[in-house]
Design a protein around this ligand. Structure first.
Ligand code: GLY
Length: 277
């Protein structure tokens, strides 16, 4: 983690907590925290989003609240500065959960969301070359941003926003906008936001799996450890999780080498670290 990323994370935590301290909702605290990370260009989300193999940034985001289990998400959205806000608007302004591609973009434009002009031109490659590049790559680019929060009313919320992984085919969608995979929130269990290689997270529906363990009485740390162990042992997956229970216990766990993350509960300074063993 760079010092710029650490500062940005601490500022985002302070901004999110500031909303909660003034009696604001967990949902808005999560949106604001993620929005600052998207805006920074320092993470793989929003301005800093990764490019797909045709050179285009296509982003995914989701948000969920734990009282009525309302959720919204966008996938493969282009040219929008804050996909997390588009996700909240899907949740609040439609009867749907997930909008995709150009239709998600058109929806965001209708609500006059800030646009983000991508630098760099699309690459003109044959599909054979694109497929070849995807097969040659073994790297995974992480840096998905996420947040979980608990407000004074006892509502939990979770959100995440991403530019995906390295060397993805155009149109690839990861775990982030899939409710129960990258994000889940339920006041009867807890809030979870995932980062990591989305294909494995999807196959084991990890966010909901962690929430189910919380509902069975496991602590956030144990619930996360069990789900992440299963991810590694069954399919050699790679991920990290932010977990918050409705009684305020939380954990940050990862089976990736690093995970830049932090927390703040209002006293002292926000804690930010690059690893959570
Ligand atoms: N976890 C982000 C992605 O796989 O797209």
């Amino acid at each position: 983690m760079t010092s710029a990323q650490a500062t940005c994370l601490a500022d985002a935590l302070a901004a999110g907590y500031g909303i909660l301290a003034q009696g604001g909702s967990a949902l808005i605290a999560v949106e604001r925290t993620i929005g600052l990370l998207e805006q920074s260009g320092l993470f793989n989300a929003g301005r800093g989003a990764n490019r797909q193999l045709d050179g285009v940034q296509r982003m995914d985001a989701a948000i969920m609240e734990g009282t009525q289990l309302k959720a919204g998400a966008v996938a493969s959205i282009e040219g929008i500065a804050h996909p997390i806000t588009a996700a909240r608007l899907v949740m609040e302004e439609t009867d749907h959960v997930l909008l995709v591609g150009p239709f998600a973009g058109r929806f965001a434009q209708h609500f006059k969301l800030d646009r983000h002009r991508s630098t760099g031109a699309p690459r003109r490659l044959s599909y054979d070359r694109i497929l070849g590049k995807q097969k040659r790559s073994t790297r995974e680019r992480h840096g998905t941003v996420g947040a979980v929060a608990l407000d004074r009313s006892g509502t939990v919320a979770a959100g995440a926003s991403t530019g995906g992984i390295d060397s993805m085919l155009p149109g690839r969608v990861g775990d982030t906008p899939l409710i129960g995979c990258g994000v889940y929130a339920d006041n009867q269990s807890g809030a979870v936001s995932m980062t990591g290689a989305g294909e494995g997270i999807i196959r084991l529906v990890i966010a909901k799996s962690i929430c189910d363990r919380l509902a069975m009485g496991k602590s956030p740390a144990v619930a996360a450890r069990q789900a992440l162990r299963m991810l590694v042992s069954r399919i050699r997956g790679s991920a990290g999780a932010l977990i918050l229970s409705p009684d305020g216990r939380f954990a940050i766990r990862h089976v990736t080498p690093h995970m830049a993350a932090g927390w703040w509960s209002g006293t002292g300074q926000p804690t930010v670290r690059g690893e959570f063993p």
